[in-house]
Design a protein around this ligand. Structure first.
Ligand SMILES: Cc1cc2nc3c(=O)[nH]c(=O)nc-3n(C[C@H](O)[C@H](O)[C@H](O)COP(=O)(O)O)c2cc1C
Length: 346
């Protein structure tokens, strides 16, 4: 039904509009008696055997939604009805920001991919906090946080501290996004003194808090081996709880979409099918290099249940989807869970 009817209809609209329509439809279900129950019946699959405990949190299943889909933390309970085990809201910044000018999101259907240069548009950490206070999450929520575009890198750590401090009692874990390719110079935060400064400052907030919230770092698939080695080392010595691997890529290698069409999209991060091998390789590398000591949430090009399983086999503890969800539809989590369950029985 999704691929035959709903997706072709949604794909008639520009991608950002389609995104709003789809989430708007989910929101409407809140107000129709029994609608959420029906959605859960259709899309949710419980599985005791897939429950897992990580960072002291009990995840009902290992399949989550990546950052960027629920940027402002408005739809986490609607998306929970679709059977996901957790969600990353954001990226959130201390102050609201409008992101890059539109058009800034493009589909490459031949490659089952997206290109985006959204530029971290979001309504700010305080608006998300208000939603979290009003609508108690029925799903494990991670807050993906970053700095405002106007904040210089030398001051970036203050933005991360502000987001962590405000959200600390209202989310289950944090992801420090230092790898968005669509904000000028943000990826420079991935290495060196600036990353240490951010990690130290955020861990300081945790040190003085009653509960210990897990803090993870999200990395780009485009960094060099030396850079990832440095990141792994920093995470291990500082007590960062895990890595989200990976964000979108700058690369346009191996695309089936005609070059002219790709060029017309302009700059931005590529996600979806073409990213899978790169992200898988990164997951394997981090797992091996850290001797399995750094839990990994795999993100990047998971477009099928088999690919989700491959990420888990490569050492990931959890997986996340975004582009796969757009192309595969609302029952994608259920299909992955069903497959993982079957695989575990074999
Ligand atoms: C439209 C769009 C917006 C995104 N926004 C964010 C974001 O705000 N913060 C972030 O860390 N990642 C963001 N991402 C990256 C995703 O979280 C994910 O890491 C990436 O798309 C790779 O996974 P996928 O191939 O399953 O989409 C975004 C991706 C897309 C397609």
């Amino acid at each position: 039904m999704y691929k035959l009817l709903i997706r072709p209809l949604l794909f008639l609209f520009n991608p950002e509009k389609a995104h709003k329509i789809a989430l708007g439809a989910l929101r409407v279900a809140r107000y129709i008696p029994g609608a959420r129950f029906l959605i859960r019946l259709c899309c949710k699959k419980r599985s005791k055997s897939l429950e897992r405990e990580l960072f002291g949190i009990k995840f009902p299943n290992p399949v989550g939604i990546s950052a960027g889909l629920d940027k402002n933390g408005e739809y986490y309970n609607d998306l929970a009805s679709l059977g996901f085990g957790f969600i990353e809201i954001g990226s959130l910044t201390p102050l609201p920001q409008s992101g890059n000018p539109a058009p800034r999101l493009f589909r490459l259907p031949k490659d089952r991919a997206l290109i985006n240069r959204m530029g971290i548009n979001n309504t700010g950490v305080k608006a998300a906090l208000n939603h979290l206070k009003k609508d108690n999450p029925r799903i494990i929520v991670g807050a993906n946080i970053t700095k405002n575009t106007t904040t210089p890198n030398s001051e970036a750590y203050k933005d991360y501290v502000r987001c962590v401090s405000l959200l600390y009692d209202f989310v289950d874990f944090f992801v420090l996004n230092v790898s968005c390719p669509n904000v000028k110079d943000l990826q420079q935060l991935q290495v060196g003194d600036m990353l240490s400064q951010i990690i130290d400052a955020v861990l300081e907030v945790r040190r003085y808090s009653e509960d210990s919230r897990p803090i993870l770092l999200k990395v780009s698939p485009d960094i060099t081996r030396e850079q990832i080695d440095e990141i792994i080392h920093l995470c291990l010595i500082n007590g960062i709880d895990g890595i989200v691997a990976t964000n979108t890529t700058h690369s346009r290698d191996g695309l089936k979409t005609p070059e002219k069409q790709v060029e017309a999209c302009g700059e931005g991060g590529l996600s979806g099918a073409p990213l899978f091998e790169k992200s898988l390789e990164m997951v394997k590398y981090i797992h091996e290099k850290s001797n399995g000591l750094l839990p990994i949430i795999a993100s990047g090009g998971i477009m099928s249940p088999q690919q989700a399983a491959a990420m888990l086999d490569a050492g990931a503890s959890l997986v996340e989807v975004y582009t796969g969800f757009i192309y595969e539809g609302p029952r994608f989590a259920k299909r992955i869970i069903r497959y993982l369950k079957k695989k575990a029985r074999q």
